[in-house]
Design a protein around this ligand. Sequence first.
Ligand SMILES: C[S@@+](CC[C@H](N)C(=O)[O-])C[C@H]1O[C@@H](n2cnc3c(N)ncnc32)[C@H](O)[C@@H]1O
Length: 429
Amino acid sequence: MRLGGRLAAAIEVLEDIGRRHRPAADALRDWGLSHRFAGGGDRAAIGNIVYDALRRRRSAGWLLGDDTPRATGFGALLLEWGQTAQSLNAALEGDKFAPSLLSDAELETIAARRLADAPGEVRADCPDWSVPLLETAFGEAWVEEGAALAARPPLDLRVNTLKAERAKVLAELAETGAEPAHLATEGIRIAPIAGDGRHPNVQAEPAFQKGWFEVQDEGSQIAAELTDAKPGMQVLDYCAGAGGKSLALSAAMENKGQIFAHDAEKQRLAPIFDRIRRSDNRNVQVVAREQELAPLTGHMDIVLIDAPCTGSGTWRRRPDAKWRLTRRQLDARKAEQSAILDTAKAFVKPGGLLVYVTCSVFPEENDEQVTNFLGRDNTFAPIDHTVLWQSRFPGHAASARIAVGGGISLSPALSGTDGFYFCALRKAG
Ligand SMILES: C[S@@+](CC[C@H](N)C(=O)[O-])C[C@H]1O[C@@H](n2cnc3c(N)ncnc32)[C@H](O)[C@@H]1O
């Protein structure tokens, strides 16, 4: 397929996503099933246009003065693929599979607009209702952070120190352009893809099959590191999901002590069993039933709440979620978070830690949630997060926001990671 056919397919997929309010991955999979002739390169390119158009929906549409799938598809190529209106029309000319060329009116609009002149919410590529939340989170940097949340993400890996060293994994993945991560001690980064490229399928690598590394955003790795789990500790991962944090904690604990991995949704835990086997984690015990946690009450050194949240910190990777999210959903997540804090705190032993983590950048889910919790329970108090950050990531004071009396926030523009929030509360001894 030439560029025109790929763009037409991307516009078709974007229409499907808009019409049926469905996740981008589902719409792309369906397109692939009904167009079996399309090769891997075509699918990757179409996926890139779709994801670029979703990440940059507002700015791409603004450039053409419209918010249709056609406008955002063309706009994505102008913003992310190094195309100009003229080069695009030249590439599409005579291609019977291409959408119609940019019209005179569209060409005029594009020529008259400079993104630097667009309103902040356009440059930040975010929904209107989220603007006050981003302003509260980032102050003057909100547009820059919004734009960073709309950029292509890198591919991050965590070396499993139970089985390999970082240098060994880096050597194994040398052809992929893998580099040591900026912050995470065992992190490896493969830079964001350009144009119609695609990230290597690292899960097909023998090193992955041998359990030498996991795919995990650097922000998630940092949250696990900050948890500071030590060999021999008793840890409850109360919202373990597929086990990303459990596995990282298990490696940090050198397989000594115990991690209880729990999740309210049994099916979410399903992938953890394979991952545990591959990674040789021998101190992770999956506890699916809530009632089986009862004996742990008051005995845990650390209770980690990797809370259900809006996921606003992961908009680079899940840009369709950015446009589906509503204020109402945010309120629902907040209610879940406070209920989980109130329940999970019972498992912390005197002197132990209740660790609260989200992959959101909204203060209402982060520092505000913690402040409200401390208002309900004064037997917990925040640890000194400046000291914690400096001890784990010396020399990187500028790579995180640390609230006075609150937690640590990571964000794409400041930290180069997904947006994450971390707060550790110590229970009175
Ligand atoms: C952010 S995800 C966890 C991701 C996981 N820790 C990881 O690192 O891969 C949040 C999880 O919280 C779970 N959850 C939601 N409500 C819960 C509750 N009341 N109790 C326990 N888990 C809950 C969800 O099923 C979801 O798997």
